[in-house]
Design a protein around this ligand. Sequence first.
Ligand code: PRP
Ligand code: URA
Length: 366
Amino acid sequence: MKIVIGSDHAAFTLKAFLIDHMRKKGIEEILDIGTETESLPCDYPDIAFRLGEMVVQRKADKGVLLCGTGVGMSIAANKIPGVYAAHCHEPETARMSRRHNNANVLTMGARVLSPELAAEILDAWLESDFEGERHLRRLSKISDYEQKICPSCSLSEKGKTIVFDHPLVQHKVSIIRDKNTSVKEFRELVQEIAGLMVYEITRNLPLEKIQVETPLAVTEAYALEGKKLAIIPVLRAGLGMVDGILQLVPNAKVGHIGLYRDPETLMPVEYYCKLPGDIAERDILILDPMLATGGSASAAISLVKSKGGKKVSLVCIIAAPEGVSKVHGEHPDVDIYTAALDSHLNDHGYIVPGLGDAGDRLFGTK
Ligand code: PRP
Ligand code: URA
């Protein structure tokens, strides 16, 4: 875990105390962005903005901001789209700010807390994880609002949308669109399309040199470097893409996220989440054949990020422009790979022309 910490002059001593405390707890990556002295007054917004931007740009996993009361830091940091700063006086609020609000910045006051209590609050905050589920829906209302009032305000790196125009992919997509395609053929084709897409998506995975002994000689060869891929299907329909990818990348770890779209509100409802323990170190591909309103995909990405995921891409087969805008608006750092970008959504949130309900067509449940 990488923590960035900053304070103004009033909380300089508390900052030093908490850095020492975190080191003793085994947190190795701590970025101290100042201030450097308590004798020279500085302005808390300067520190808050710098730290907040680092958190949003994922240069650190979480941030800690300290000033006299913690209030100024919290007000300033919360101006940054994508920062969710929680101002805490006791451990339970800190715990809940992670579990329910997915707070990515903690603010505290050096003039109102003893160093020991501040350390206790910090521990409670760092040790608690976001619980997702109904809280995801609420947070997505906040990010929707941020997006509505300022669509271009995001500070994260810009993600790309890559539409696969390979003839083999296009040919297979035409067949799965056909309402007369059988469940068996639909399932096989979704696997094949996912495999073809991942062949291209993984083009830039890093390689390392290894030595291999052939029957004739020892030679230099290449293997994929370090921790590699994690694929995360969004249940149900994302499951249809898993085997096609595992055939090519058999060592990829597989996580699962259970989400369905409430038919009335079209809002995502989370019912399951199990991710690989080393998710932070892997390139992550979230799989879902359909990107319609983008509610499900955006919620899935938020969940993965809240569990430590950093390099996240979304792989779908058919996307609607509405879904692409939502995902790029809320997660501008995420690349979207799709085999087709369709025209629009109908009144029920279905992609037109699309292919109908992907889960039903994969599993024959209509
Ligand atoms: C489908 C699809 C996506 C979601 C897309 O799942 O697989 O997850 O809808 O819609 P959105 O972009 O508007 O959120 P569905 O909710 O039908 O669940 P299922 O896979 O269990 O059938
Ligand atoms: N989910 C689907 O399966 N299909 C759509 O067109 C939209 C959402």
